[in-house]
Design a protein around this ligand. Structure first.
Ligand SMILES: CC(C)(COP(=O)(O)OP(=O)(O)OC[C@H]1O[C@@H](n2cnc3c(N)ncnc32)[C@H](O)[C@@H]1OP(=O)(O)O)[C@@H](O)C(=O)NCCC(=O)NCCS
Length: 236
């Protein structure tokens, strides 16, 4: 093996201090550069493999969260603590049909028995930490398979940073690819839920109207907007 240190020489200065010769020789620089390049290449390769495996689709989010890398991936049991941050938050659950969870056990059962088995229930992540969810649920019968419902939620501390828009955009593109027979993606929001309607508008969904007393939320039937995006519409 070559001794790469043999070019480093030491000398004594007039003051008696031991000094190194000025910087590494070109050979050492070349060796270090080559090593650094190999290390970077290996890291990129690993990252690509990880993304393929996890079905991660990174995309820079819009507006103020430009530096955050938002990804979507299937949920894991180990997401439970992150999941509880928004799953137990009344502010997040307020305009949805589900109630905020009261215990880790309840949240874990939901994650394990409902979210994970779903064909398309994804965790919205920053640095692989779950900060929300997004799903596409298809009709269950042969006659209803052509349509699906889109839904999402984001932890309150991340609201207003473009995260739901980015994650829903990735989801829509992926869902139409994954389910080639999907013709229509629908979304319902309580009339009061302006933030959610804004997300759908930004994705190019068409507002089709208001369904009166259509959805039961926290003990009352409320009016719901209905939005749709067809497979023939421009993709967001
Ligand atoms: C709806 C929700 C997912 C939006 O997430 P988000 O990451 O904050 O969404 P975005 O930042 O991508 O976009 C929100 C848009 O709504 C706007 N907005 C937020 N609150 C609003 C309000 N009260 N009235 C009007 N617009 C509002 C934001 O300004 C933003 O628009 P802009 O980009 O033009 O400024 C989030 O509020 C949430 O998780 N709510 C609780 C769960 C829920 O309601 N899910 C939807 C069920 S249908």
């Amino acid at each position: 093996m070559k001794n790469i240190f043999k070019h480093i020489s030491t000398s004594k200065s007039h003051s008696g201090q031991i000094t190194r010769s000025p910087g590494p020789t070109p050979f050492i620089k070349r060796h270090r550069l080559k090593h650094e390049k190999q290390r970077r290449r290996g890291k990129k390769k690993l990252e690509r493999a990880r993304r393929r495996e996890l079905q991660v689709f990174p995309e820079k989010s819009e507006s103020s969260s430009k530096k955050m890398e938002i990804t979507i991936r299937p949920f894991k049991i180990s997401d439970i603590d992150d999941f509880m941050v928004y799953g137990c938050d009344e502010r997040v659950a307020r305009l949805t049909r589900w109630n905020a969870f009261n215990s880790k056990e309840e949240a874990l059962t939901f994650l394990k028995d409902f979210c994970i088995p779903q064909p398309f229930f994804r965790s919205i992540c920053i640095d692989d930490h779950s900060i929300g969810y997004v799903f596409v649920m298809r009709g269950s019968t042969e006659y209803e398979k052509y349509k699906a419902v889109l839904g999402y939620a984001v932890a309150a501390e991340y609201w207003g940073k473009g995260i739901a828009t980015t994650a829903a955009k990735m989801t829509v593109r992926q869902a139409f690819k994954e389910f080639p027979d999907l013709v229509r993606l629908e979304a319902f929001t309580a009339v009061e839920n302006e933030a959610s309607q804004k997300v759908l508008e930004k994705l190019g969904f068409t507002k089709e109207g208001v369904l009166r007393k259509y959805v039961y939320i926290k003990g009352a039937n409320v009016d719901s907007t209905i939005f749709s995006l067809l497979s023939t519409d421009p993709m967001p």
